[in-house]
Design a protein around this ligand. Structure first.
Ligand SMILES: [Zn+2]
Length: 177
């Protein structure tokens, strides 16, 4: 359950945009949400939404094994283009929920990953908790979403917990673009 909500504007100030910090009462879990024009989330509005699992290696430090930074940037662009939407940012989803240490230990110096990392990509090894995403959507009264992204476990979890995926906008990295 959400037990503390704080929000503020990023600079330069963007009309209708706010960054939220949600604290959950299961320990010290925090999830951030970039929210654009929450006053547009009327009943039954289909809200562009991305459930973004943290990938520090790519998003902050530019590691090119994955396209997570590209996907996050594209999601922000898509939300801004539509004029409203939500992106939740889940720091504890690093390494499919196993943590940054587990992930880094699979990185080889030649840029590849070892078999363990590939296994971590499979659903049965995925220990990410998506429940906080559902709670945040409910906090904003959002039931219908346009899901930005390709991940089946996220889609299935949201659907199983009362979120209706009206549309899905996949993010497919195109090397030639
Ligand atoms: Zn990544």
């Amino acid at each position: 359950m959400i037990n503390e909500v704080t929000k503020g504007s990023l600079f330069p100030v963007e009309e209708g945009a706010e960054l939220y910090n949600f604290k959950f009462n299961k320990g010290t879990e925090y999830v951030q949400a970039y929210v654009l024009n929450a006053n547009s989330f009327l009943d039954n509005t289909t809200v562009p939404y991305r459930l973004n699992s943290a990938c520090i290696t790519s998003e902050l430090f530019g590691d090119l094994r994955c396209d997570c930074k590209w996907q996050l940037d594209e999601a922000i662009k898509l939300v801004k283009k539509q004029g409203f939407g939500i992106i939740t940012y889940h720091a504890n989803h690093e390494g499919k929920g196993h943590g940054l240490s587990a992930k880094l230990s699979t990185f080889k110096s030649n840029g590849e990953v070892n078999a363990k990392y590939k296994n971590v990509g499979k659903n049965e090894e995925d220990v990410r908790d998506f429940s906080t995403a559902v709670e945040i959507l409910k906090y904003f009264g959002v039931t219908n979403v346009e899901l930005i992204g390709n991940n089946y476990s996220k889609k299935n979890y949201l659907t199983a917990h009362g979120i209706i995926i009206k549309h899905q906008t996949p993010l497919i990295y195109n090397l030639e673009s």
